[in-house]
Write a protein that binds this ligand. Structure first.
Ligand code: NAP
Ligand code: ZN
Length: 349
């Protein structure tokens, strides 16, 4: 057992504080990773604050599922990774491997329920703890390779924000000739803009205001509109083939559905705790679809990392020491993130 430094939430309301946690001994298929950077995802906030399912949060919880680091040690039967490899871990650390969805490489939809990087009960009955820590032990099949061509700090957010936007963009065919809108320019949103642009789509940002317009255009958007202005909804009615909604709060779905062209899809990746409602007429009029999407499978995550490395595409980040995690949480809640906070884990002392 390895005892490592971490940052943990002890209740839904207290600030996160320094903690020490144990990492299991290496099994034959395990990889010990020295974590260099870990991104802060809005899901970490929803989770530690008990917004999704307070009864089932086992405190203390060490969040973090955008992990980038270096392999420090490998189990006796590990073949996919070697000591000193640059690697990443995203939202999952295990799945059944046998159900229909796992066999398709869609482990995020494992029918037995996959093991999340933090807050899940693993095969040994222990609650998993995430990447706001200096080391983690993960079974080799859930460890991704971070190719040369992306630095570890800007690669970390790809492990959640990157794959969560890449997967629906690919699934719904974002590419040349397609008009894609991204709602919310935060961690996921800014990656959605970069990726949709790299895939060749015409990209529009729909942000609450025009404050981040220059950034949006620099990230690859062709157009930028403020959703706080009702004229936006008139100007863009019936325009988009695909809308990716990354907003962490409740939005007026009917207003956004009205922006879809015939056969268009609004896919929700934002995961607010409150239920969203819509009028079925928003779907009927225009054969529109409303869909959801959860991260992406391991194979697709590797594909996304390779795609980003070839294009030298990483996240726009603000690197912070561990003692600024609580400030960063406040800024995420205030939509004051440009565009992902990343913890330098060498500061976890
Ligand atoms: P984030 O960095 O906080 O970005 C969310 C953005 O949404 C904000 O920057 C803001 O953009 C907009 N926004 C926030 N509050 C709003 C409000 N009340 N009304 C309208 N717009 C608002 O969060 P994130 O890390 O990208 O995560 C976004 C959501 O995706 C979270 O709910 C998270 O849990 C979820 N998520 C889902 C998956 C999945 O697999 N489906 C994976 C990861 C995260 P503007 O300032 O531009 O308006
Ligand atoms: Zn996330």
């Amino acid at each position: 057992m390895l005892s490592v430094n971490a940052y943990a939430a002890t209740s839904p309301t207290e600030p996160l504080t320094p903690a020490t946690i144990d990492r299991r001994d290496l099994g034959p298929h395990d990889v010990l990773i020295e974590i260099k950077y870990c991104g802060i995802c809005h899901s970490d906030l929803h989770f530690v604050r008990g917004e999704w399912d307070e009864q089932n949060v086992h405190y203390p919880v060490v969040p973090g599922h955008e992990i980038a680091g270096i392999v420090a040690e490998v189990g006796t039967e590990v073949t996919r990774h070697a000591v000193r490899d640059r690697v990443g871990v995203g939202c999952m650390v295990d799945s059944c491997g046998e159900c229909a969805n796992c066999r398709k490489g869609e482990e995020q939809y494992c029918l037995e329920g996959n093991t999340l990087t933090y807050g899940s009960v693993d095969n040994e009955g222990d609650v998993t703890q995430g990447g706001y820590s200096t080391h983690i032990v993960v079974t080799e099949d859930f460890v991704l390779k971070i190719p040369e061509g992306i630095e570890l700090d800007v690669a970390a957010p790809l492990l959640c924000a990157g794959i969560t936007t890449y997967s629906p963009l690919r699934h719904w065919g974002a590419g040349p000739g397609k008009k894609v809108a991204v709602v919310g320019l935060g961690g996921l949103g800014h990656m959605a803009v970069k990726l949709a642009h790299a895939l060749g789509a015409e990209v529009t940002v729909l942000s609450q205001s025009l404050k981040k317009r220059e950034d949006g255009l620099r990230l690859g958007a062709d157009h930028y509109y403020a959703t706080g202005d009702p004229a936006t909804f008139e100007a863009l009615a019936g325009s988009f083939d695909l809308i990716v909604n990354t907003v962490s709060a409740k939005i007026d779905l009917d207003a956004y559905l009205s922006l879809l062209a015939l056969d268009g899809t609004l896919v929700n990746v934002g995961a607010p705790a409150e239920p969203l409602s819509l009028s079925v007429f928003s779907l009927i009029m225009g054969r529109r679809s409303f869909a959801g999407s959860l991260i992406g499978g391991i194979r697709e995550t590797q594909e996304m990392l390779d795609f980003c490395a070839e294009r030298h595409l990483g996240a726009d980040i603000e690197v912070i020491p561990a003692d600024k995690i609580n400030d960063a949480y406040d800024r995420v809640l205030a939509s004051d993130v440009r565009y992902r906070f990343v913890i330098d884990t060498s500061t976890l002392t």
